[in-house]
Write a protein that binds this ligand. Structure first.
Ligand code: ZN
Length: 463
């Protein structure tokens, strides 16, 4: 174990040195304002031979050239302010799918109270397929870190670049994201002379005001990017301790402290991509552990196992914090509840701007027993889906199902599903593209040709 890991770090270092001077040039090539100099450098870039590294100079050039310019979508009300200094790069997870992430960081957050923000919540967004978007020029202050502190310095947004990774802090990030964010971070480190320790997650730098659990200012306000694996992003170890907790400026959040700073072997910064990371409530995974200070926020949505949806501010008066059922799903950043809310008890869920397959199904999004009905009429099982952000909006899905069982002249709905053929839990796919539950079908004698049934896995299927 030890030697291969050493090799990885050595290799990464060499790779970084090889591209160090080069990268500064390419940055000038594509974002410099002096057109003539830019053109000269641009030409020069393409005649530098590629190295043999896993990520070589050509990859860096291509990566920079392919950054998608999203700056025109920035809210006009956002005030651009140049940062006086750049000390850190802060990594976030957006807790949303791609389209909602892009909209929120560019145009702003809209709360159901009517309050909104003017956008500019990140400098870059890295999608799950590795596509990288420029939201706001890197020299401008993005409003991304909120109440934050590192090494005694507050308002980290004013001294840092913000990168949003599309995804959830309770789910693995993709290889393509790590590859892109590794290049992006390396480029920015070179531009601003930042070492690997200057790369931090939002969960590391956010802090909260006193609350019932913490009598003083404390860590744990955010869980953002707690799943970010530094080594997969080509980074060496980060801080071995929290400088603000050590200096007693903040109280420690035991959950995050264990994740980031507990003594571990040489690759301490490595956070497992899988493991006890979940957005499902369990005995060990409380609302606080999942959401941090956002646990009681109006923008945090709790989906109970029976399908009931409640916002964080409603829990106290309805279910009560200690009676939240196990397997309640917790979703962050659901600022406005604009999407069509189907019958909450229906097993048929719908993918919208804010509700990805992960929001609905969690890790089961990729299971064979999760069935997707695309707007085109195509039907896929989860194992066919490479990532939850690939699915179009208005795709419907069911979780924990088997099938299809085709209805034919010999095999009626009753013949397939027995007494349960009219149940809400029994799902029908009716060509060309309708998905209905048994209780919504009135005439079973005229189902279209090719109709099929999906049954919950806990149902017995007659032979
Ligand atoms: Zn964040």
């Amino acid at each position: 174990m030890f030697i291969p890991l050493l090799n990885v770090h050595w290799y990464t270092d060499i790779m970084k040195r090889q591209v160090r001077t080069k990268v500064i040039h390419t940055e000038n090539c594509f974002s410099g304002s002096a057109l003539v100099f830019g053109l000269v450098f641009f030409m020069a870039c393409f005649f530098v031979p590629a190295t043999g590294s896993a990520i070589n100079r050509t990859d860096y050039q291509r990566f920079q050239a392919e950054i998608i310019d999203h700056r025109h979508r920035l809210n006009r009300a956002f005030k651009k302010i140049r940062r006086a200094e750049t000390r850190y790069i802060i990594v976030h997870t957006s807790e949303l799918g791609l389209s909602a992430t892009l909209r929120v960081v560019s145009e702003g957050k809209r709360f159901s109270s009517g309050h909104s923000t003017p956008g500019g919540h990140a400098n870059y967004v890295v999608a799950r397929n590795g596509d990288t978007y420029r939201i706001l020029d890197k020299q401008f202050r993005a409003d991304h870190a909120g109440l934050s502190m590192w090494q005694g310095r507050q308002d980290i947004s004013s001294v840092s670049i913000g990168i949003e990774l599309v995804g959830y802090h309770s789910a693995p990030l993709t290889d393509q994201q790590y590859r892109s964010v590794a290049m992006l971070i390396d480029i920015l480190q070179n531009v601003y002379s930042l070492d690997d320790k200057a790369v931090l997650t939002h969960s590391q730098v956010a802090f909260g005001r006193p609350n019932p659990w913490f009598p003083k200012n404390h860590r744990g306000r955010k869980r953002c990017a707690k799943n970010f694996d530094r080594s997969r992003a080509g980074l060496g170890p980060g801080f071995a301790f929290d400088p603000d907790v050590r200096a007693e400026r903040l109280l420690s959040d035991p959950y995050l402290a264990d994740l980031f700073y507990s003594p571990k072997p040489a690759v301490a910064a490595r956070v497992p991509a899988t493991g006890p990371v979940s957005n499902l409530i369990s005995r060990k995974n409380s609302a606080w552990a999942i959401a941090g200070e956002d646990y009681s926020s109006k923008s945090t949505v709790y989906i109970l196992p029976n399908g009931r949806k409640l916002t964080g501010d409603q829990i106290d008066d309805t279910v009560g914090w200690h009676l939240l059922p196990v397997n309640t799903r917790v979703l962050l950043n659901q600022e406005t509840q604009t999407e069509k809310i189907l019958d909450p008890g229906s097993p048929v869920k719908i993918i919208t701007d804010r509700m990805t397959a992960w929001s609905h199904a969690g890790p089961a999004y990729g299971f064979d027993s999760t069935i997707y009905f695309l707007p085109s009429g195509r039907v896929y099982t989860g194992s066919f889906i490479s990532d939850w952000d690939d699915l179009p909006q208005n795709t419907r899905l069911i979780v924990g199902y088997q099938g299809p069982f085709f209805i034919t002249g010999e095999k009626t709905a009753y013949g397939i599903a027995g007494q349960k053929f009219k149940d809400r839990a029994t799902v029908y796919f009716l060509p060309p593209g309708h998905v209905k539950t048994g209780d919504k079908i009135t005439d079973f004698s005229s189902l279209p040709r090719g109709s099929r049934i999906y049954l919950p896995l806990d149902n017995l299927v007659p032979g």
